[in-house]
Ligand binder design. Structure first.
Ligand code: HBI
Length: 373
């Protein structure tokens, strides 16, 4: 517990890709919700600025209208930064600009160019939580100077995610993630089935999990936002005999009812997954994780103890891991979630980060290089 001297006034500005509660915001939506809940529980004052249509209870949200930002992960590295007319992102940050002096700290959860560019124009410190690996040259080129001239204000989920941004200067904050463990029920005796959870989009590599399911004839329960319809149709055509079932985008409560009864969660992502919240949700149910050794999940799964890390993109590697599943203790999976990924542990990490930003002060006297502390 970091005893902060007095309650902070925090303004959280959300991801602009869709209203909170729709799943469009992916893992960062869960992170934002958990940190918001935690800061309120710790007695801080908090306001969330989010797209109109956000449906969270008991968290104060200012609903902002406007047109969503394009998903950054669907763009090329050299795609120019695009702002639609009546930009939701610009509207959210115009609101933040107007109210900034009512707050001690603004926290940005968007993976977008604008909030980073705006940083020196604000008189209140902005903490930037970066929720994906490097995807765009334009974003990298605005992130690095902000990280350098406003030390401590940029935070990531994991080391492998941060490492995709070349030239970051220490101190770098790795916040990992966390979940409300009370929402996940341990299951000692699973059914003969696998789970795959995530936005159904090419970077998530669903086809490999489906190929494994077809090869082993073990049913696959698929959950998550159906983001890319043509990608999903291609998988259905190519693997028409796979014993797979798409369950839709489910609430945490509904999702864990299915995951907990699975022998393993499969993580077959093509990209450097920044974290992989679904991995700790599975561990919390006692479900081992079989994941490609790539990105965040490679820093979560204890290979051979709470799951297996597989050579990336190797379906034979997935098959071999499945054959060894009985070596894994489901109790040890739950235990790891309790030790490393509780809301308490997550809240402490974020509170420490915010405290150090407020304590050390981050504004460079001029937008020039600051001598490192
Ligand atoms: N794309 N432009 C943009 N902005 C975001 O904040 C964003 C995104 N794509 C995905 C995403 N956020 C989240 O789903 C991940 O960060 C988890």
């Amino acid at each position: 517990m970091i005893a902060s001297s007095k309650p902070w006034k925090l303004l959280f500005v959300s991801t602009p890709v869709g209203p909170l509660g729709t799943g469009l915001g992916g893992g960062v939506e869960l992170t934002l919700y958990n940190i918001a809940q935690h800061m309120l529980n710790r007695g801080h004052q908090l306001q969330v600025v989010a797209p109109a249509g956000s449906t969270w209870e008991h968290i104060p949200i200012v609903q902002i209208p406007g047109n969503s930002q394009t998903f950054a992960q669907t763009q090329e590295r050299d795609t120019p930064i695009m702002m639609p007319e009546n930009s939701l992102l610009a509207n959210m940050w115009e609101y933040a600009r107007q109210v900034q002096n009512e707050y001690d700290l603004i926290v940005n959860f968007a993976y977008d160019w604008l909030p980073l560019y705006l940083t020196p124009f604000f008189s209140v410190p902005i903490a930037h939580f970066i929720s994906m690996g490097s995807l765009s040259d334009a974003l990298d080129q605005i992130l690095l100077p902000v990280a350098k001239h406003f030390p401590r204000t940029v935070g990531f989920y994991t080391h492998s995610q941060a490492a995709t941004f070349p030239g970051l200067t220490p101190p770098i904050y790795y916040l990992s993630s966390g979940i409300d463990l009370d929402l996940y029920d341990f299951c000692p005796q699973p059914k003969q089935q696998f789970a795959w959870i995530g936005r159904i989009s090419p970077e998530k590599g669903l086809e490999d999990a489906v190929a494994l399911s077809q090869k082993t004839n073990i049913p696959l329960k698929i959950m998550g936002k159906l983001q890319d319809e043509s990608y999903w149709q291609r998988i259905c055509r190519e693997y028409s005999h796979a014993p797979m079932e798409y369950m839709g985008f489910l609430s945490t409560t509904e999702m864990q009812k299915i995951v907990r009864e699975c022998r393993a969660l499969l993580m077959t992502h093509r990209w450097v997954e920044a974290f992989g919240n679904v991995a700790i949700e599975a561990l919390a149910c006692g479900v081992p994780v079989i994941s490609y050794r790539r990105g965040g999940p490679a820093e979560i799964v204890r290979d051979g103890e709470t799951g297996f890390l597989v050579v990336p993109d190797s379906i034979p590697g997935l098959v071999e891991a499945v054959s060894r599943l009985d070596e894994i203790s489901r109790h040890q999976c739950r235990q790891q979630a309790e030790t490393e990924f509780s809301l308490e542990a997550l809240g402490d990490r974020f509170e420490k980060w915010f405290g150090e930003i407020l304590e050390f002060g981050v504004r460079s006297s001029e937008f020039g290089m600051r001598s490192e502390e």
